[in-house]
Design a protein around this ligand. Structure first.
Ligand SMILES: Nc1nc2c(ncn2[C@@H]2O[C@H](COP(=O)(O)OP(=O)(O)O)[C@@H](O)[C@H]2O)c(=O)[nH]1
Ligand SMILES: [Mg+2]
Length: 211
């Protein structure tokens, strides 16, 4: 007998691109719906994870040229919530002023997004968290923003490397193993767990005072 497939925690019925918030720009979509942001260093696999999440091949552009996205891109899902795709940080070959501008943009976004319910931070399974990653996690903790960590490209690890590497990442970043979700855009591992976590974040009330 075959097990019935588990119900999809996030069926994608509608997907709308709302626009981008550029460095120094003040435009952002109207804050009408709860929002979840995705952050991570360039090349961590953020676009691939977003595509997996929304079951689209090219919803967010997958790139072999790190450091491209310079905007916060907003996508609306099922007319129910908004995904904010934050610019990738910490790409060494990007000019310093440009990097500072992006950091400024991320900061500006995180401080002002009134409907923000949580942030998914992506960490590469094969790497030790970078100083930028640690800064990001500390910053989110300081702002008391609910944070979930997706460990990307888990398919690149052999079964026996998995636990060692996950333990190392949790120790280095001061995370509890229950806070991290191993993911792979290749095997689709972690998709439903991230989807369920996003659904639960958007159901939590906004903690920021209006104004
Ligand atoms: N093996 C493997 N490669 C991945 C995975 N996710 C992303 N990649 C590759 O990593 C590179 C960067 O991916 P991308 O999604 O553009 O990263 P971003 O810069 O964070 O948006 C691309 O070459 C992807 O094909 C994954 O889960 N497994
Ligand atoms: Mg990308």
């Amino acid at each position: 007998m075959t097990e019935p497939a588990a119900a999809d925690p996030l069926v994608i019925r509608q997907l709308d691109f709302l626009g981008g918030m550029a460095v120094g720009g003040n435009w952002r979509p109207e804050e009408r719906l709860p929002e979840v942001a995705f952050a991570g260093r360039s090349n961590v696999g953020k676009s691939s994870l977003l595509n997996m999440l929304v079951r689209r091949r090219a919803f967010a552009r997958v790139s072999n040229t790190p450091g491209r996205t310079q905007e916060v891109n907003f996508f609306q899902v099922n007319n129910t919530f908004v995904i904010a795709d934050l610019p990738g940080y910490g790409y060494a070959r990007v000019a310093r002023e440009k990097r500072q501008a992006w950091q400024g943009l991320i900061d500006q976004y995180l401080r002002s997004a009134r409907e923000l319910r949580g942030v998914v931070v992506l960490l590469d399974a094969r790497r030790e968290p970078s100083p930028d990653d640690l800064d990001m996690l500390e910053y989110l903790a300081a702002l008391e923003i609910p944070t979930l960590v997706a460990i990307t490209k888990i398919d690149k690890l052999r079964a026996r490397e998995r636990e060692t590497q996950l333990t190392m990442i949790c120790q280095a970043a001061g995370l509890d193993p229950s806070q991290v979700v191993p993911c792979s855009a290749v095997t689709r591992e972690g998709r439903d767990e991230i989807a369920a976590a996003v659904v639960s974040l958007i159901q939590t009330p906004a903690w920021r005072a209006p104004g």
